[in-house]
Design a protein around this ligand. Structure first.
Ligand code: SAH
Length: 495
């Protein structure tokens, strides 16, 4: 007999998740020394002229009647230059410009302006007339050379301004100095003799230092210190490493900060089927994703192949994240992977995650322990090495009325499990809950005394079964507060 358990699957590279639809593409124009064309001489034109000149542009303004603000500005441009031509705009003057801006009231003229810009091949913006614009200006947070721009695609400028204020408050002004230092150190780092990984490490230490000392004035001494630290830490960075990361039960908000950091600095991510797409979305975009799924019932990659792949990648200098559902140390075969790394002298770190039982307990509002009703929690698997109910379960422990038992991988063997437990003294009326896809939008809960639950159709998806008097303490309906998931609860009543 071949069970699904025996079906083979090879580790497969999977494409990174596709980008969500993007309302606008943010691009950052380098305008230094380039000509920009402005038609119109009102206050809005003056503000755009100032902005463009601040970016280093040579701004040519065509206006028969320029406002005083504009004339003042022309004598004191923040950078670049501002020239006012006291005449109407004309198509010919647009040629060779990087951008064309119109401060134009009448739609007919705006249309002409856009057509002229298009003819000259110049991207165009008519102020406050989105219909005649090829691009828009974002709300700006200026820590040059660090620049943040915010757009709502014209949907909510007030919202964009509020977000801008928040980002303003979040980004210390000293970041401008650090970003400036980065610019001036860039070529020295390139020529420092550091390898690619070493240079990346330099910039990681730089970033750490900047975030910790935002208001410091970075100096030559800082540069030398950063370089020294990099040389000290480089041998480890060259080496490659493995981090076993707990992805939690599905809701990405349950990731730890350390898991997030590991995901964002990974070169390769080896992940299981159990890991939700929403968690994978947090990974560094450049990281290679490889599905090395082991589903219990579906086709599986061999553990030995996963170990070889993981160690091989780390040996070639990659930072490997081995991403596992829940907590890596609970029914995750972590010990085999840790051992494989130790044998190959690969540095290994473990980042814990929220295990399915903890995720489920939080969603159900059920404490797994209770001072008088549940003094002990035990996690068991319903799926032994051969795919059948493990033979060596402590049945008297399962029958203990003061214990909470959580069965992982319960589906194929729940009836058998229940019979053995009842035979060992478990009360058939002990409250029990099956919860599938805990913490995910499609979470499903079935509650019934254990003897009945064993007869019920268990929901689709990864499921655990919880047994014990604490299961009677769940709510039967969940109303909103903090719960994003729609939860379906079925009660199996005795008949
Ligand atoms: N390391 C994981 C368990 C891996 S074993 C953890 O700590 O949670 C795989 C089993 O975990 C599944 O068969 C199922 O029993 C359980 N499981 C994982 N995620 C789950 C979820 N979101 N809801 C319910 N059960 C889950």
């Amino acid at each position: 007999m071949t069970s699904n358990h025996d079906k083979r699957r090879m580790p497969a590279e999977s494409a990174p998740p596709r980008m969500q639809a993007l309302a606008r593409l943010p691009v950052f124009f380098a305008l230094h020394g380039k000509r920009v064309f402005i038609a119109g001489g009102n206050a809005a034109a003056a503000w755009k002229a100032e902005l463009l000149a601040a970016a280093g542009a040579l701004v040519d303004i065509y206006a028969t009647d320029p406002c005083d603000e504009l004339l003042d500005l022309a004598t004191a441009a923040p950078a670049g230059a501002i020239t006012v031509h006291r005449k109407p705009w004309e198509c010919g003057a647009m040629e060779g410009c990087a951008l064309a801006i119109g401060a134009i009231e009448a739609d007919a003229e705006a249309r002409q302006f856009q057509a002229a810009a298009q003819f000259a091949g110049v991207p165009c913006n008519v102020i406050d007339k989105p219909y005649f614009c090829d691009f828009s200006f974002g709300a700006i947070v200026n820590r040059s050379p660090l620049v943040v721009a915010i757009s709502t695609d014209g949907a909510a400028p007030v919202f964009a301004q509020a977000i801008r204020s928040r980002i303003e408050a979040m980004l210390p002004s000293g970041f401008a100095r650090w970003a400036g230092a980065a610019r001036s150190w860039r070529s020295a780092v390139k020529q420092s003799g550091l390898s690619f990984n070493g240079r990346r490490l330099f910039w990681q230490i730089f970033t750490r230092t900047a975030l910790q000392n935002p208001n410091a004035e970075p100096s030559r001494v800082d540069f030398d210190t950063l370089l020294e630290k990099t040389h000290a830490e480089a041998p480890a960075a060259e080496q490659g490493s493995v981090t076993l990361v707990g992805a939690g039960p599905g809701d990405p908000e349950l990731l730890t900060l350390r898991a997030l950091r590991a995901l964002q600095s990974a070169d390769v991510i080896l992940y299981d089927d159990l890991v939700s797409k929403e968690v994978l979305d947090f990974a560094r975009r450049e990281a290679k994703h490889m599905l090395v799924g082991k589903t219990g019932h579906g086709p599986s990659c061999k553990q030995s192949e996963i170990n070889v792949l993981m160690v091989g990648l780390a040996k070639s200098g990659r930072r490997v994240v081995r991403l596992k559902g829940g907590d890596p140390m609970i029914f995750g075969r972590a010990s085999e992977e840790i051992q494989a790394c130790r044998t190959a002298a690969i540095p290994i770190e473990v980042v814990p995650g929220v295990t399915a039982a903890q995720g489920a307990a939080s969603r159900l509002g059920v404490s797994l322990t209770h001072r008088s009703a549940a003094r002990r929690v035990q996690y068991l698997t319903g799926h032994g090495e051969s795919g059948t109910l493990p033979d060596d379960i402590d049945w008297r422990g399962v029958a203990d009325p003061a214990a909470t038992t959580v069965i992982y991988m319960p589906k194929k063997t729940l009836r058998q499990f229940t019979d053995r437990a009842i035979a060992a003294g478990l009360d058939p009326q002990t409250p029990a809950i099956a919860i599938a896809n805990a913490t995910r939008p499609d979470e499903t809960v079935v509650a019934a005394p254990i003897d009945e639950l064993a007869e019920a159709a268990l929901p689709d998806g990864p499921t655990i079964v919880m047994i014990g008097s604490v299961c009677a303490m769940t709510q039967t309906s969940h109303s909103g507060a903090g719960h994003r998931a729609e939860q379906k609860i079925k009660m199996h009543s005795q008949t």
